[in-house]
Design a protein. Structure first.
Length: 464
């Protein structure tokens, strides 16, 4: 018996009642959280879209880079004297890598001291400050630091609040996260169209400022949502404690499998994560982006990728449901990872073919569009399925920590992208994309080996 069971008179934070269906059949709090997350992701992907282009085309030019406080020291002592595009690629890689590392610390701070609500509000404020500091050229590095810290406080904790809206037996939970993910995808599609266009066609600071304004709106909406959200666990009375699960037989092997999965997943993600880095520079410099007599902003390539990802994800979900309903055995998680990796390899080959066929001329959009299609097919299999696999095999005692370990794959992938992206300026472009093909092949081989030799570690029977 837990202490909570022994003290029924204590009012504990409850999930939304089952009859709360004010938002598409779900609790009203889900609607608020989905829109707030949409605002945060709009701000984040505005940065993702503009950052490399801004550095290459403006900030890191010799006449501007000297005004950035601390950049000279960092350039010499951390980035080995790099300049121009290689330096921009490395800075971008470090920024995006740390964004996936700090949520672990954000979760610890929320659990131990700040609570979910306190961490989210602090994260929103710090992120908003970071976006507005991007308009002050000397404060560029401070702005990136604020964004890294802010996302770390915000990212994991809002998803946790979504889960806390539902009781353990509420079957609406899975659909809730799909609705939540749709809000993210819509933001990823819209951010390049608005912030990207403002940044490229009006002024870089207008694009960053737009991201800041949207983040502030999201923060205000979150504050308004308080009556409809779960009470923080930290607000529970000291006498109310939830009994935690203990380690079980086989948990050591499961942890080892997770640790092996992380680097394999990181390598397989390399072609996808490069989209926001050297790929955008290549598109800006060599793609034929003229459409109906108008030059389309380079950032719209991100919108194309996001829209393609959204459509293919819906298609993949429908296909496997139809496949399973037809009575045929659906592949397990590792089988789908292998299928997704095949698509990733084909997508990376499309970039190699684009570079090979273009020569010294402009790159037509056929091969890039094919890349986005096949890469999205791979992404739609690998990312959701790998997260589902992690939550399936994670030791019960370390469920949340295991998800944090999973996100280390994004940390590693983005860090490597920062290093590899710097080769764009010094390596023949065909060879550059062939490196990414090789990374995709390594990921495919790793998942095949997992399927052949580690499947028993991931089975439901192994848990029993």
């Amino acid at each position: 018996m837990t202490v909570a069971e022994a003290t029924p008179d204590i009012e504990l934070p409850q999930a939304a009642p089952d009859h709360d269906r004010a938002f598409l059949g779900h609790p009203k709090g889900l609607g608020y959280l989905a829109f707030v997350e949409g605002c945060e992701r709009f701000s984040y992907y505005s940065m993702q879209t503009l950052l490399t282009l801004y550095m290459v085309n403006y900030l890191l030019l010799p006449e501007h880079s000297g005004s950035v406080l601390g950049l000279g020291w960092l350039q010499q002592n951390w980035y080995g004297g790099k300049t121009g595009q290689p330096l921009a690629s490395d800075i971008f890689g470090n920024y995006t890598a740390l964004v996936y590392l700090t949520p672990i610390l954000g979760g610890i701070l929320a659990d131990k001291w700040l609570g979910r609500r306190g961490a989210l509000v602090a994260g929103g404020l710090i992120m908003s400050l970071g976006h507005f500091l991007m308009a002050i050229q000397p404060a560029f590095l401070l702005a990136l630091l604020c964004l890294i810290v802010g996302v770390g406080l915000f990212k994991g904790n809002i998803a946790t609040q979504v889960g806390e809206l539902y009781g353990p037996d509420d079957l609406r939970r899975a659909m809730a996260f799909q609705i939540f993910y749709i809000a993210i995808q819509v933001s990823v599609i819209v951010a390049p169209l608005i912030s990207g266009t403002l940044g490229e066609n009006v002024g870089w600071h207008y694009g960053f400022g737009c991201a800041g304004v949207v983040m502030v709106l999201g923060l205000l909406l979150y504050l308004k949502a308080r009556p409809h959200l779960p009470i923080d666990k930290r607000d529970r009375p000291a006498t109310a404690r939830i009994e935690e699960p203990s380690f079980e037989k086989g948990d050591g092997a499961r942890i080892a499998a997770l640790l092996v999965l992380v680097p394999a997943l990181a390598v397989s993600l390399l072609p996808n994560q490069e989209i926001f880095n050297a790929y955008l520079v290549w598109a800006d410099q060599h793609f034929d982006l003229t459409f109906l007599g108008m030059k389309v902003p380079t950032s719209w390539m991100i919108t194309l990728d996001s829209a393609m990802s959204f459509v293919t994800l819906v298609g993949i979900t429908w296909f496997w449901k139809w496949y399973g309903d037809s009575g045929r055995p659906e592949p397990d998680e590792l089988g789908k990872l292998v299928i997704g990796s095949v698509f990733t390899v084909v997508g990376a080959l499309c970039l190699y073919m684009a570079a090979l066929t273009a020569g010294s001329g402009k790159v037509g959009l056929l091969w890039p569009v094919l890349f986005h299609f096949f890469n999205s097919m791979g992404f739609g299999h690998v990312l959701p399925v790998s997260l589902a696999l992690v939550t399936k095999i994670a030791p019960r005692k370390l469920a949340a920590t295991s998800v944090g370990i999973y996100y280390l794959s994004f940390f590693l992938a983005n860090y490597v992208v920062g290093k590899v992206g710097g080769w764009y300026s010094t390596m023949p472009i065909e060879q550059f994309w062939l490196v990414h093909v090789g990374a995709a092949v390594v990921g495919l081989v790793a998942f095949v080996l997992f399927k052949l030799f580690l499947s028993h570690r991931f089975s439901d029977e192994a848990r029993a």
